[in-house]
Structures are given as C-alpha cells and as structure tokens.
Design a binder for this molecule. Structure first.
Ligand SMILES: [Zn+2]
Length: 264
C-alpha cells in the first residue's frame, strides 16, 4: 500500500510540474498536452512517465536535445516520497488524503515562489476556503466535533495571517522596506485553515529557523544583504510539513506550551 502512495505521489508530482509551469503564465492546466518549451513538440506519453522518462532521456528533450529542468525530476520524486511518508505516519485515513492534498498545494506554491517570487492566489485563496470546509466536514483530523474543528481552523487562519501581517509591519520599521509579502500572509492563513492554530505556531517557528539556517550561506554565496527579498514560501512549506509529522507528538506540545508560558 505504501508503494501505491509513492506511485500516486509521482503522478501528482507530474501534475504539480504542469501547474508550476503554467499557472504563473495564466495558461490552462488541462489543455493542451505537455510540450517542449524549446521546440514546441508535444511530449509522447512514454516520454512523460514520472522520474523514469527523465532518467532514460538523460534530462533532455527527445526531439531537440535541449535540457529539461531538473525541477521536473525533483518535484516528482519529492511528491512521491512525501505521499509515502504521510501514508506511513497516518495510515489509510482521511487525514492522509487531506495532508497529501495540502502538501501538493504547498509544493506547487513553493516552486512557483522560487521561480517567480510570487505566491499564487489561485491556489492559496481557494486553499483557505477548502481548509475551513474540510475542518468542518472532517473534524476528526483535529480530534474535535464539527463546530470546534471549524473554529480551531478559523483561528488558525486568523492567527496565521495575523502573525505575518504583524511581523511584516515590524520588518518594515526595521528595514524601511517591504519585508513580508502579502502572499506569505495568505499562505500561512491556508496552513492555519488546514491544521489549526497550534500548528501555525510550530510551522512559523520551524520556517524561521530553516530560513536562517539556509539563507545565511545563500546570502554569503550570492553576496546579498540581509533584508533583501527572499522567497519565504518554501520555508513555510518545510515548516508545515514538519509540523504535520509532529502533530500530536510530545515535542509539538512542548512548543505550544512554551509559547503559552511566554504569552502569560
Ligand atoms: Zn524540444
């Protein structure tokens, strides 16, 4: 069964790649079939098999031999591994389906953010609504009843968006320029809608930590200044994925409890 989720992840990863390429260009994600961006030749089904085709073609278009971005391979494999890992953690449950759906959205949003520095409203705004709706319909994912599940999710959206608006305001005072994109606000709002307010805190802590760890070396290599615009979406995605795996585990209580003490 785990293997099935891995394969399913590969195909959803392939779909994510289509979205990552087409959504920022405002193109349809269902039509036409995939084609090479260099020679415009449509890609045959046997050259469009997740992971395997990329390996067999050695990362090049069969027709014009121009290189295919390694992003295709990375996104497919990453989605496959995460779908598998979520299944291993949560079993054959509604939680597994919902978390995998959220992860798929996060992968699409993150890679678009890396390539264009934009968070796609077309994903995160419906995402907020879907997250709120699912929390009401399947409150078991929060171990609550319908009303409390919905409220927990609503608080997550408000807290997620609210914290980042607040941090953006502080950042603006410190750096005298826009430090936090409006897209990140909506993205953490979406995460809150799916996972509830406690996970928002854990997500933001891990995302900030990951941001510092990965960005300082990147800034040194690229000779950028602290406070320059960096895509924060991928770090929020990393934070979210880690907090999904921590859900209900002792360490997550530790985070939330220590925040409560801090606030009191
Ligand atoms: Zn080509």
């Amino acid at each position: 069964m785990g293997f099935l989720f891995f394969i399913l992840g590969l195909f959803f990863g392939s779909f994510a790649n289509v979205c990552i390429y087409r959504l920022p260009k405002g193109k349809s994600i269902v039509y036409p079939n995939s084609f090479c961006p260099y020679c415009n030749k449509s890609i045959k089904w046997y050259d469009n098999i997740p992971i395997l085709s990329y390996i067999f073609l050695k990362g090049r278009c069969r027709n014009c031999k121009k290189p295919i971005s390694p992003r295709y391979f990375i996104v497919e494999l990453l989605t496959g591994i995460l779908f598998f890992a979520i299944y291993k953690r949560f079993g054959l449950t509604i939680s597994t389906i919902i978390y995998n759906f959220l992860i798929l959205c996060l992968i699409i949003v993150s890679f678009i953010d890396i390539e264009t520095f934009l968070i796609s409203d077309i994903i995160v705004i419906p995402g907020i609504i879907i997250g709120l709706l699912l929390s009401f319909l399947f409150p078991g994912i929060h171990n609550m009843d319908h009303i409390n599940g919905f409220l927990y999710s609503l608080k997550g959206t408000i807290l997620g968006g609210g914290i980042l608006i607040f941090l953006g305001f502080i950042g603006k005072l410190l750096f005298k320029k826009e430090a936090m994109g409006g897209g990140d606000v909506k993205l953490l709002g979406m995460v809150g809608a799916f996972l509830g307010w406690k996970c928002v805190i854990i997500t933001l802590l891990i995302a900030s930590f990951a941001g510092v760890i990965f960005n300082i070396p990147l800034m040194i290599i690229r000779k950028k200044n602290f406070g320059d615009l960096i895509p924060f979406g991928p770090y929020l995605a990393i934070g979210t994925i880690v907090s999904i795996f921590l859900k209900g585990r002792y360490i997550s209580y530790f985070f939330v409890e220590s925040i409560k003490i801090f606030i009191n």
